[in-house]
Write a protein that binds this ligand. Structure first.
Ligand code: HEM
Length: 147
């Protein structure tokens, strides 16, 4: 029984990390798309291509990966009984922040598709630092487990 549980835990964790990579890749790519999108002529065929690319990235990679990261992460936590660990609570706080950023990106891409362009390219480039910083803190919390 113990053998089965520990093998399951390793497979769950492997799946979790695989989808973390896909999710992070999408979180880095989408704001880059926004920068190029905003450099295109409003109403042009090129703008339409960016709208389609953004919708595909959201629907095929970003949102399914976020769901898989959450499901597999929570199952991994159950498999090792980590619910009372301080590092997990802190990690969940940062992952909630990252999920909020994800939601904001989805909302922004829908605004762009409606022809609105609320932020400058410079601000979008700066926002691109958010997932990198959050991922660094999250990985330190789960690997070093400082508390
Ligand atoms: C969605 C909520 C999440 C939950 C509930 C969760 C939970 C967990 C748990 C319980 C483990 C196993 C820790 C261990 O083996 O000691 C783990 C591993 C890991 N998680 Fe998450 N996680 C989540 C999201 C994330 C995110 C967003 C990232 C990166 C940005 C991430 C990166 C990792 C990495 C790299 C490992 C492997 C650590 C190791 O094997 O030493 N996780 N996660």
């Amino acid at each position: 029984m113990e053998q089965i549980l520990s093998t399951t835990y390793l497979w769950l964790k492997a799946g979790h990390v695989i989808f973390v990579i896909f999710w992070m890749a999408g979180l880095f790519m989408l704001p880059r798309y926004f920068v190029y999108h905003q450099e295109s002529e409003p109403g042009s065929a090129e703008e339409q291509r960016w709208i389609d690319r953004e919708a595909k990235l959201r629907k095929i990679i970003l949102t399914p990966s976020m769901i898989a990261v959450w499901v597999l992460g929570l199952l991994t936590a159950s498999a090792i009984g980590a619910w009372s660990e301080g590092w997990l609570h802190a990690k969940l706080l940062f992952v909630l922040g990252l999920s909020g950023y994800h939601g904001w990106l989805v909302a922004y891409s829908k605004k762009l598709a409606r022809g609105e362009r609320p932020l400058t390219g410079k601000k979008l480039r700066l926002l691109n630092e958010v997932p990198g910083l959050a991922a660094a803190v999250i990985v330190i919390l789960v690997v070093v487990k400082p508390f």
